[in-house]
Design a protein. Structure first.
Length: 214
């Protein structure tokens, strides 16, 4: 579907005063994108196309080519989809664009190649939590992470939705079952408090960092 599809308009209407981010398969004409849209009752606020595609997705989707933050009633938001959050540059790009909240939408499964008897022992489970907390802490922003639950085909999805504060602390989470992770906080005040002494974005040394090479 396209961002102006009636289904997305219906989600926006249902969102009313809330700000809601939801994933969808975007029809880009000759190419499809693994995409996410952010809406409120006012309509579409922002769009993100997944930039980092793992090997299993490259045959189905085209990659996005940018990370942009956008203003919403809840604060300035940037979105990441799944594998995007593995790369620190993704979240950092959004933080540099003024994002106060990172909305991370995922369908993140347990390890396919090295299965563990319990989710708590699973490598992908540990990485999912690690990335969520690291991306929030290193950028000193609030991160809201959603994830699919249950089993589909041969994949078992982790759940582990959570809200992470700008210090990297998990403020609310769902563990492996479906549910809502709910945290009440003043986003701007929490970020100001985290950046009062050490302000990571201002204290970067971009002049000494190595640039990516093609």
């Amino acid at each position: 579907m396209k961002p102006d599809d009636p289904v997305i308009a219906r989600v926006a209407a249902l969102a009313a005063e809330m700000v809601v981010c939801v994933g969808f398969c975007e029809d880009g004409g000759d190419v499809r994108y693994n995409a996410a849209v952010c809406v409120s009752g006012d309509g579409v606020l922002g769009l993100h196309r997944k930039v980092h595609l793992p090997a299993g997705e490259t045959a189905a989707y085209g990659p996005g080519d940018r990370f942009d933050a956008f203003d919403t009633p809840a604060g300035r938001i940037g979105m990441l989809i799944d594998y995007d959050k593995t790369f620190p540059e993704s979240a950092r790009s959004l933080a540099l664009d003024g994002a106060q909240i990172l909305a991370c939408l995922s369908a993140w499964p347990t390890s396919v190649t090295n299965r563990a008897p319990r989710i708590a022992q699973d490598r992908q489970s540990r990485l999912f939590d690690l990335y969520d907390q690291a991306r929030a802490a290193e950028n000193q922003v609030v991160l809201a992470s959603s994830n699919q639950t249950g089993v589909m085909g041969g994949m078992r999805f982790l759940g582990q939705a959570k809200v992470v504060g700008p210090g990297g602390d998990v403020l609310a989470r769902t563990w492996s079952k479906a549910g809502l992770a709910v945290a009440e906080l003043d986003v701007a005040a929490e970020i100001d408090r985290a950046r009062r002494i050490l302000h990571h974005l201002d204290e970067r040394r971009a002049d000494v960092y190595r640039e990516a090479r093609g």
